[in-house]
Design a protein around this ligand. Structure first.
Ligand code: GCB
Length: 627
């Protein structure tokens, strides 16, 4: 980790944009409210880690939620009751019985999706109850929160038998206030996690990745003062100002003296308004070291409000599109990228993203491929990943799982997606690594979809106008003058700063590899374009050098050579994130010889063995580094 502490001479000028919106706001509909509690930067607050062994109990028929006639459930099925089953039975031995006993239930290690906990749970998709006990202090005059980094997909949280809160969305954090429910000493927490998806969910029921139901990221108990720093953010704007702000949450949030200190600079005194918001707008000092992949400088930034102090590690850089160029800190760049799912190396992954697991993946990108860019597909990845990208110097494309056929005409689906986007941006807007917010992947061009995605693009721009807005688009395939012409002809482009196309010619469809290198592209003028995906399956170790056979390493390597040759002839192309760094689990992929539940488009096998195409892309990127 390289972190620079610079002495900054900061000049306080005038207050500027509203806390949640940038000055380039263009939202047509009012932004959905931010969650009542954000606990931004909670990762840097002290807390009690509730990782470890939790009892679990499957509930495929949802007996703890309703009885057979849809009425309230029978008490003998309610996993979240604050009881000892043995003690209850002992009270009424002649009549009492239960259909669960969390004290005797099997245990699984959290965080980690349930699919790897035991073979029977491999494809479990339903309601699962987890429970554990922990010792805590009573909150007293403090606030107490259970902070969940991600639970997939819906969750209800009970503390000592009482419903404390719930959340929808498998990839963004949420905090549930539990101070009034906590007791000094032993406490019980029970969570009901429902992994099922339906027409209103984001993502929809059908995707190309594993279900990974359960608690996939850490849970912590965090105490704060009664009034605490709930949100803070800072970024460098194109006009050379550092802007951002703080939001306090609590009874005395309004008209409070607060301060911000960047690196070893002087603390800047601010005052909150009646809503607990303080804005910052300063001229960036001359000595400010800009963040870039070659020099990923981060500053310790300390926010103080009374007895609450929070330190974040923030890099300062600018990103913009000018004509067909992408400019990082004012200089044109080429995005040498790769796509990645949130899945660790190994033959039985559980989406258990430890720092070591994340570093292993990102090191292959940075040092193996000579990359500078990662597409975090197809949903917000762990905050640890975006923070590690900040530290290692990798630019990030961040997206929400508006994927394929979500129900674009459904207002509930739109509302879910808007909240997810808000939670993602509010969690990560201090990460210099993130240069793109993407609002969708391979979605059909229909009026409902266009309205849905345009709303999300407007939301993203209104919440954070300092990054590029994009979406991975479907493209059309036409014949022109005897050759194949690919076209980006999607009305959504009008709402995007960066065009991104997924292309699989030479894998799906009838184009041969010989066709691919000759294909041409047409697209709207005046914006940069990247390939957000291209790829072909190969089983590591499967070879046939004599003929182009699909699933061989040779075929995949040749697919890369031809597609890269095609890419080189697209004038507006400013980067790429081919599909994908490593093989990943997907129930769609069931060829019994080549796939066995794995999408094989990885440049590496699931255990990290490099295929031939890895070097093809690495050599291409080495050439681009020298450009
Ligand atoms: C795509 C999807 C990605 C799939 C990939 C494939 O276009 O965006 O999620 O995994 O194709 O392998 O077909």
């Amino acid at each position: 980790m390289r972190r620079t502490l610079a002495i900054l001479a900061l000049t306080l000028t005038c207050a500027a944009p509203a806390l949640a919106q940038s000055s380039t706001s263009s939202a047509s509909a009012p932004l959905p409210a931010a969650p009542a509690v954000l606990l931004t930067d909670a990762i840097n607050r002290p807390g009690q880690d509730l990782s470890g062994l939790w009892a679990y109990s499957t509930d495929l028929y949802r007996t703890a939620e309703t009885d057979i006639n849809g009425r309230p459930p029978a008490p003998r099925a309610m996993r979240y009751r604050d009881i000892s089953v043995d003690a209850e039975v002992a009270k009424k031995p002649d009549t009492e019985f239960f259909e669960f006993d969390m004290d005797k239930a099997p245990k699984a290690a959290l965080p980690g999706a349930w699919n790897a906990a035991e073979p029977e749970l491999r494809w479990f998709d339903g309601l699962m109850w987890y429970q554990r006990h922990f010792t805590a202090e009573a909150a007293g005059n403090r606030r107490a929160f259970l902070r969940f980094e991600a639970v997939n997909y819906r969750v209800k949280v009970y503390v000592n038998g009482q419903l404390a809160g719930q959340h929808e969305g498998g990839f963004t954090p949420f905090s549930i206030e539990v101070g009034k429910l906590l007791r000094a000493g032993d406490n019980q927490v029970t969570i009901g996690v429902d992994s099922t998806h339906d027409a209103t969910t984001v993502p929809p029921t059908v995707t190309d990745w594993d279900i990974y139901g359960g608690v996939t990221r850490p849970i912590r108990l965090i105490y704060t003062p009664e009034t605490f720093i709930d949100d803070e953010f800072l970024h460098l704007d194109l006009d050379g100002h550092i802007r951002g702000g703080m939001h306090l949450n609590g009874a005395s949030a309004g008209n409070r003296d607060v301060s911000v200190k960047i690196g070893a600079g002087k603390a800047i005194a601010l005052k909150t308004d009646g809503n607990g918001d303080a804005k910052i707008d300063i001229t960036a000092p001359k000595g400010l070291k800009l963040w870039s992949p070659d020099s990923p400088t981060l500053y310790d930034v300390t926010f103080t409000a009374g007895n609450d102090t929070l330190t974040d590690h923030i890099g300062f850089r600018t990103i913009q599109a000018r004509g067909t160029d992408i400019l990082l800190n004012g200089k044109p760049i080429f995005l040498r990228g790769i796509s990645m799912h949130e899945e660790e190396f190994g033959s039985n992954p559980a989406r258990r993203m430890t720092p070591e697991a994340i570093r292993a993946l990102l090191t292959e990108v940075k040092e193996g491929l000579h990359g500078n860019f990662v597409r975090l597909a197809h949903y917000p990845h762990s905050e640890l990943t975006t923070r590690m990208a900040d530290e290692m110097g990798l630019m990030i494309w961040s997206e929400i799982p508006v994927y394929w056929s979500v129900d674009f005409g459904n207002e509930k689906t739109l509302s879910t997606a808007r909240h997810m986007l808000a939670e993602n941006i509010l969690r990560d807007r201090n990460r210099a690594s993130i240069i793109v917010w993407s609002v969708g992947n391979e979605t059909p061009n229909t009026p409902e979809r266009n309205r849905f995605l345009a709303t999300l693009a407007d939301d993203a721009r209104a919440r954070d106008g300092t990054r590029l807005i994009s979406a991975a688009l479907l493209v059309s395939h036409n014949m022109k003058d005897g050759h194949i012409e690919m076209a980006i002809d999607d009305p959504l482009v009008e709402h995007l700063d960066l065009m991104a196309a997924n292309t699989y010619n030479g894998w799906y469809g009838d184009d041969t590899l010989a066709d691919v290198a000759k294909e041409t592209w047409t697209m709207p003028a005046g914006k940069p374009m990247i390939f957000s995906e291209f790829g072909a399956d190969a089983l590591a170790g499967f070879h046939d050098a004599t003929r182009p056979v699909k699933f061989t390493e040779e075929y995949q390597a040749e697919f890369y050579r031809r597609t890269l040759a095609m890419a080189d002839r697209i004038p507006a192309l400013r980067g790429m994130s081919p599909w994908i760094l490593k093989d990943f689990q997907s129930p769609r992929r069931q060829h019994p010889v080549y796939q066995n539940g794995w999408n094989r488009k990885g440049l590496m096998s699931e255990t990290g063995v490099r295929k031939e195409a890895f070097d093809v892309l690495a050599n291409y990127y080495i050439g681009k580094e020298k450009d």
